[in-house]
Design a protein around this ligand. Structure first.
Ligand SMILES: Cc1ncc(COP(=O)(O)O)c(C=O)c1O
Length: 353
């Protein structure tokens, strides 16, 4: 079957582009002695996680317990969950997961540590915990190296937990600052007698500068597997040819000369703009703009001279943000050179808890 014969809207992954992205990243990190721990939130497909590990990744990174459960069910043991787990329901699920996998988690507060410690000590387990560090992105994480060592000591003292190291999701284009912050935190930990086994850095936009964060031991890129419009147009990361995830749609209405409607709306593209104009880039018509979305309709402006839309015409869209788009599809089509090879269930989609 050819991809052009697929019903629309659908998500198609170009396997050649995807495998190229995976190999390039693995080769680069190997060359610099950094372990790769891909974030699976981008694809949410156990078969792709297994491929990443087969190519050399040491394990996976998940953001949600539900994602980690899907990966563990698929036989992946080495999981880092980079989220502060709060509340008994989650602690019970974490305990079950810790019994059947090599899961590690992060903490940025005494409250998180106390919850983890009481659940793990009751279960007779010893859970590795990394301190989440805010090196400038201003999301979660302790805001100073001194704060990191205080929490590292709290983890070290807590029954049922063992201090494993430091983790950050860094600000973009700030490798020197990230390295200085983490190096200071590592020094302070060592001076207080705590070994720092893992320093986990992450993100795709600065992936190929990861070696500049010399204190890091591993890197956690997610979007690198598929790439997307935000990487190409905002971060100047790669080209359209590297964008492995595409949404195929068809023109279903052409009621006015300068605009048309495609059958991909927010249910297929998400409403994420990420600071861009428009909701995706149409590869066949780079100057058409998807200027609006309703749930099932994509509103497209086709400027004069840019090619007259034809009802039934197939368009290939590079979505603004790959991770949120994969969360919208039950399955994706895997294709090579325009031919459908197989379909994959997006097994970890919709795992919001
Ligand atoms: C904690 C953490 N690590 C790694 C990543 C992967 O980042 P990227 O998709 O830029 O590769 C994310 C993405 O949101 C994240 O939140």
């Amino acid at each position: 079957m050819l991809v052009q014969d697929l019903d629309t809207p659908c998500a198609v992954v170009d396997l050649d582009a995807m495998e190229n992205n995976l190999r390039r990243c693995q080769t680069y990190l190997d060359r610099h002695g950094l372990s790769l721990r891909p974030h699976i939130k981008t694809h949410k497909i156990p078969e792709f996680a297994h491929l990443q590990i087969k190519l050399g990744a040491k394990g996976v990174n998940c953001q949600k317990l539900g994602e980690a459960e899907v990966m563990a069910d698929a036989g992946i043991a080495d999981i880092l969950l980079t989220y502060n787990l709060i509340g008994q329901a989650k602690l019970d699920r974490l305990t079950a997961l810790a019994r059947r996998s090599d899961i590690k988690v992060v903490a940025d507060s005494n409250e998180t540590i106390e919850g983890l410690s009481s659940a793990m000590s009751r279960a007779g387990l010893d859970l590795p915990v990394l301190v989440e560090c805010d090196t400038g992105a201003q999301r979660c994480g302790v805001t100073s190296p001194a704060g990191a060592v205080t929490l590292a000591q709290a983890i070290d003292r807590a029954p049922g937990l063992k201090f494993k190291g430091l983790m950050t999701y860094p600000p973009k284009n700030s490798m020197d600052k990230t390295n200085a912050w983490l190096s200071e935190a590592v020094d302070l930990c060592k001076r207080s007698g705590l070994a720092v086994e893992t320093v986990s850095n992450g993100g795709t936009p600065d992936l190929y500068s990861a070696h500049e964060v010399t204190v890091a031991t591993e890197h956690r890129p997610g979007t690198y597997i598929y790439s997307d419009r935000s990487l190409v147009e905002i971060h100047r990361f790669g080209s359209w040819a590297d964008c492995a995830l595409r949404v195929q749609a068809r023109v279903v209405s052409h009621a006015a000369p300068d605009r048309c409607v495609i059958d991909a709306g927010s249910k297929a593209l998400s409403s994420d703009l990420l600071g861009l104009n428009g909701y995706g880039r149409i590869l066949e018509h780079l100057d058409w703009e998807i200027y609006g979305l309703s749930e099932e309709h994509g509103h497209v402006r086709a400027p004069p001279g840019s090619g007259e839309p034809k009802i039934g015409e197939l368009v290939t869209i590079i979505p603004n943000h790959a991770c949120v788009v994969t969360n919208l599809f039950d399955r994706i089509t895997a294709a090579r050179q325009g031919r459908v090879e197989t379909f994959y269930e997006v097994a970890a989609r919709g795992k919001v808890q």
